[in-house]
Write a protein that binds this ligand. Structure first.
Ligand SMILES: C[S@@+](CC[C@H](N)C(=O)[O-])C[C@H]1O[C@@H](n2cnc3c(N)ncnc32)[C@H](O)[C@@H]1O
Ligand code: SF4
Length: 370
């Protein structure tokens, strides 16, 4: 992103509306009306500025982005503007014949357009528990339609918990069978409706086993497997000296809400670093991206969601807990988003909140991309 800013990926929450109501959803749609959303023209102007400023990758997320008719048009616009990669994260419920044909046509013109579908279990029983009755059957039919039209599912996102962890290998087989390249699993984060699922989280021995299982399916299917988790402060015993090692000390992405508010990540949703509507040109976006990169530098090391954002380093998954073996101890800190972290470097002073044009709503979104 140029001069000091190290933000290469922009995650756009195009809308927070959705056509279904998942049990774990971090993005309750109830108070997020279409009237808060930026228009097609405003998004295109932003994408042009982001491309000119060197943004490499755009993830279109939500809510369910496909409830907006312009989602695929915006993805094509981003790629045509010079952004190298664009990924749609979707529940896969809205691939009717017309949408499937449109997605497939854009993927054929732009092979760097990836479609990641969320699959929260490899059976109707587990997926529907999370996403509602009939959703697994509808998802399979959607993927069949997309593939028949010449399109591709390039990745699967799965929220993993005690009720579906036994299906991990089946999820990998499903991904491989669809020709996908990426499988990313996450714990359910304490955001939105997900808060109610805290007691479904995996224990430490199950996470350790999952790291091994992830390496095995990676080798077996040639998939890129990401394991985002655990949510450290909740799931890893305080007396363990070795803790999971994140792949990076901070992510290199920022999020933009439906109304154009820029924030670093869902847990810091109301810690805004700018608004794309303030100055939607290259210089304006570059300045915001630099502020975002600084906020990430200052906040990530003390955030309990770091593993969820960056995934675990599967080839070397454990490191000494800070404080153990003479490493500098980290203090507990409550972040601006209200989440308490118990591991992390010395917490930085809070970054001033800037440029929020619209009052925020008290909700978070999942990543949580892929
Ligand atoms: C918010 S959804 C938006 C895209 C689309 N509606 C979908 O479900 O794929 C993006 C991803 O976040 C995941 N997600 C939602 N709430 C979450 C939570 N509380 N913790 C972890 N992941 C969550 C979803 O399962 C999905 O894979
Ligand atoms: S997880 Fe996705 S599909 Fe499910 S309610 Fe949330 S936004 Fe909608």
């Amino acid at each position: 992103m140029g001069d000091g800013g190290q933000v290469s990926q922009v995650q756009i929450l195009l809308t927070e509306r959705c056509n279904i109501k998942c049990r774990h959803c971090a993005v309750p749609a109830e108070d997020s009306p279409a009237s808060h959303e930026m228009s097609t023209t405003q998004w295109k102007a932003f994408l042009d500025a982001a491309a000119a400023a060197g943004t490499e990758s755009v993830v279109i997320n939500g809510g369910e982005a496909l409830v907006r008719r312009d989602a695929i048009e915006l993805i094509e616009h981003a790629l045509a503007a010079g952004i190298s990669w664009a990924t749609l994260i979707t529940n896969g419920m809205l691939f009717g014949n017309r949408a499937a044909a449109q997605i497939a046509a854009v993927q054929q013109r732009w092979p760097a357009f990836g479609v990641h579908v969320s699959v929260d279990g490899a059976s109707a029983q587990t997926h529907d528990w999370m996403r509602g009755a009939g959703t697994f059957t509808r998802l399979l039919a959607s993927v069949t339609r997309l593939r028949a039209a010449g399109g591709r599912v390039t990745g699967i996102n799965s929220v993993i918990h005690r009720g579906n962890v036994h299906e991990f290998e089946d999820l990998a087989a499903l991904a491989a069978g669809w020709g996908a390249e990426v499988l990313t699993v996450f714990p359910s984060a304490d955001l939105g409706r997900g808060i109610a699922l805290a007691d479904t989280r995996l224990s430490r021995p199950v996470w350790l086993e999952l790291y091994e299982r992830a390496r095995a399916v990676r080798d077996r299917y040639g998939l890129m497997v990401g394991i985002g988790g655990p949510v450290m402060a909740d799931e890893w015993p305080e007396d363990e000296n070795l803790v999971p090692r994140p792949r990076s000390e901070r992510p290199d992405k920022v999020c933009i809400g439906p109304d154009g508010a820029v924030f670093t990540c869902p847990p810091l949703r109301w810690h805004q670093v700018g608004h794309v509507g303030d100055r939607c040109d290259q210089a304006g976006w570059t300045a915001i991206a630099r502020r975002a990169a600084r906020a990430l530098d200052e906040s990530c090391a003390s955030c309990k969601y770091l593993l969820v954002c960056t995934n675990v380093d599967l080839d070397d998954p454990l490191r000494p807990r800070p404080g153990a073996f003479g490493m500098p101890a980290r203090a507990s800190v409550t972040t601006a988003g209200g989440y308490t972290a118990t591991a992390g470097a010395r917490p930085a002073a809070p970054v001033p909140i800037a440029l929020s044009r619209r009052p925020g709503r008290d909700q978070g979104d999942s990543r949580i991309s892929s």
